[in-house]
Structure formats: C-alpha cells, structure tokens
Design a protein around this ligand. Structure first.
Ligand code: SF4
Length: 326
C-alpha cells in the first residue's frame, strides 16, 4: 500500500480504536513539525495527543489552533491590558496577534481609552496528556530516512512515545537498526484488529532537556542541546497544531473517479487507480484517469465531530479554515 493511503487508514484506526498499549487518542493529526532548532526539519507522519486532565476544557475553548505566539505571551485573564504591552515587537505585529487570538475565541479584544486592549477569555487548560508520534513506513525494504528520523525523535524527546508502523514482516535486523525506545507496529488492515505490537515503545524523557540531531555525517553527528522550557513550548505548539489541523486535511477532486471510499472513515478513493489517492499531488486534468465531474459530497468537519470530542463551533465561533496553517 502506498504511504499516503496507509497513513490515512492508520489515522482513522487510531482515532476509532486508540493507541495499542497506551490509551485513547484524544486528537489524531498528520504531518507536524517537531524540531526545535531546525524549523521544519523533522516532520512526523502521524501525531496523537493523549487527553490530559482538562481535555474537555480545550474542546470548549476553540476549534482551531491557538497561535503559539499568543500562548507564549503573558496575556492576562480577566483584566484588560494594552495589546502593545502584552505582545513584543512592532505595534502592527501586536495587533495582528491579538486579532488572530480573538479569531479563535481565546482572546477578547476591545478598545478602552482610545487603546486596543486584550485579555484571555479563560485560563489556558492543562489538556495535553502526552504526544505519540508514528512514522509510517509500509515497506521496510524502502526505509528512506527512517534511522535518522527515529534517532531524532528518541534523542529530542518532544514526543512521549515514538513508533514505526509498517506492513512488512519485521526482523531482528530491522529492530536493531532503530533506537531501543522506539516501538514497532505491524499493520494489516484486513485483520479485525489491524495493529500488532511487535515492540512496545518506551516512554521518552519529554519533561527534561534533550539533544536535537541536526545532521549525520560518516564520522560525526551534529547535535544541539534543547532546554526543558524550549521543549515544553514546542510540545504545546505541536499539540495545538494537531488540535486545529486533525488528519482530514484533503479536499476531494472534481473527478468522476473520485469517491469517499467504502470504509468507516471518509477518504479520497479513486476508482481509476483502485486505491486511496493524495488529491493534492495526484489529481487534476493531467491525470490519465481524470474525468471532469462534481467533487463527491463530504463534510469532513461533521465527521470529525461525530467521531471525536472536537467541536467545530467551540468558543462560540465557527471554525476558521486555514487558521492552523501558520
Ligand atoms: S484525478 Fe486521477 S487520481 Fe484523482 S480521482 Fe480522478 S482519476 Fe483518480
């Protein structure tokens, strides 16, 4: 199976059935950056956020990602403060951040005495119980950067658990090439219980400092230390992006061969290729099977609401598409 279809089906499975040996997946998302120093350096295929003690409060707060720079600032709860005192940088940046925070429903922005002022509508909840990252490698015979990726995850510890998911038969040699803390799942979607735990992941030290692996050369490895505070900020950023983004990030192509699939979860299926396709990279008039037609009907936000605690109108605001893109 191609990696894209494998990834979507695994996301659907984790959302419905939880994470084997670990617990419920409060949020399932895809393609999130976890690097602290190398911005965009390590993109994890699937990220699950385990529910923390105040998970319900997060579901009521906002449907979208709350901008990281808003959470990093010291915005008061209850009392208003001038926007330019709360956010660093030029006034335009401060106003823009305040408005973006207000768009999510987390900030309340108004004018007092001729000044734009801001406050949090409520305290930010303690909602993240842990982060589980899954690297999807359906075919271990084509591992790509798997060894580097797993060393990065295990050494940095932004994730609490790191796992490799594959359809391949897993040998002792495969396991030996991965850090001991990294778990391995063998996945077969034809089975009633598709995920077999070949090796359970060990819990990583997500609370302490870490080492980010930046590059590996023949004779040396480039690493950079990461403080516990920087990791905590990155963990919150990853969790927020996961919350706003989810995993249903595809649009359906306007093609007669496209359908929503025949499984439990809606996925972009193609009758021409008889598999799940990635509409962003595979669909369009250049595709040999393309036949212009209306795109299939699908309400992906409604499906997410039905299947998870996420609410599209949290905070009294409808979801703002694209807000999780920054
Ligand atoms: S554009 Fe091509 S890949 Fe996409 S649904 Fe149509 S036939 Fe399939």
């Amino acid at each position: 199976m191609r990696e894209y279809g494998f990834e979507l089906r695994l996301c659907a499975r984790l959302e419905a059935g939880g994470i084997p040996g670990i617990g419920d997946a409060g949020v399932v998302s895809r393609q999130l950056g976890t690097s602290v120093h190398a911005a965009g350096g390590r993109i994890v295929d699937t990220v699950c956020v385990l529910p923390g003690p105040e998970f319900d409060a997060r579901t009521e707060l906002a449907s979208d990602t709350i901008p990281p720079a808003v959470l990093d600032a010291d915005v008061p709860v209850g009392e208003y403060e001038r926007v330019t005192r709360v956010f660093d940088g030029p006034p335009e940046r401060a106003r823009s951040l305040a408005e973006r925070g207000a768009d999510t429903g987390f900030l309340d922005v108004t004018r007092r005495g001729g000044q734009q002022v801001v406050r949090q509508t409520t305290r930010y909840p303690d909602w993240v119980g842990g982060l589980v990252g899954v690297e999807n490698k359906p075919d271990l015979g084509r591992p790509g950067d798997l060894a580097f990726q797993t060393r990065h995850d295990a050494s940095l510890g932004v994730l609490d658990y790191a796992v490799v998911a594959t359809e391949s038969h897993v040998t002792r040699a495969h396991l030996n090439r991965l850090p001991d803390a990294v778990g391995v799942w063998r996945v077969d979607f034809e089975r009633e219980n598709p995920i077999e735990v070949v090796r359970a992941p060990e819990q990583l030290d997500s609370a302490g400092p870490g080492l980010e692996v930046l590059a590996e050369h023949t004779a040396r490895t480039e690493v950079r230390p990461v403080t516990a505070d920087a990791k905590a900020r990155q963990r919150r950023r990853v969790a927020e992006r996961a919350y706003g983004k989810g995993w249903r990030t595809f649009d359906f192509p306007a093609c007669a061969n496209a359908s929503t699939g025949d499984g439990d979860a809606t996925v972009p299926h193609c009758a021409h290729f008889e598999r799940v396709v990635d509409p962003a990279s595979e669909c369009g008039p250049d595709c040999p099977g393309f036949e212009a037609a209306d795109a299939p009907d699908a309400d992906l936000d409604a499906e997410r609401e039905r299947r998870t605690p996420w609410r599209s109108d949290a905070g009294g605001r409808r979801r703002q598409s694209g807000l999780d893109q920054f």
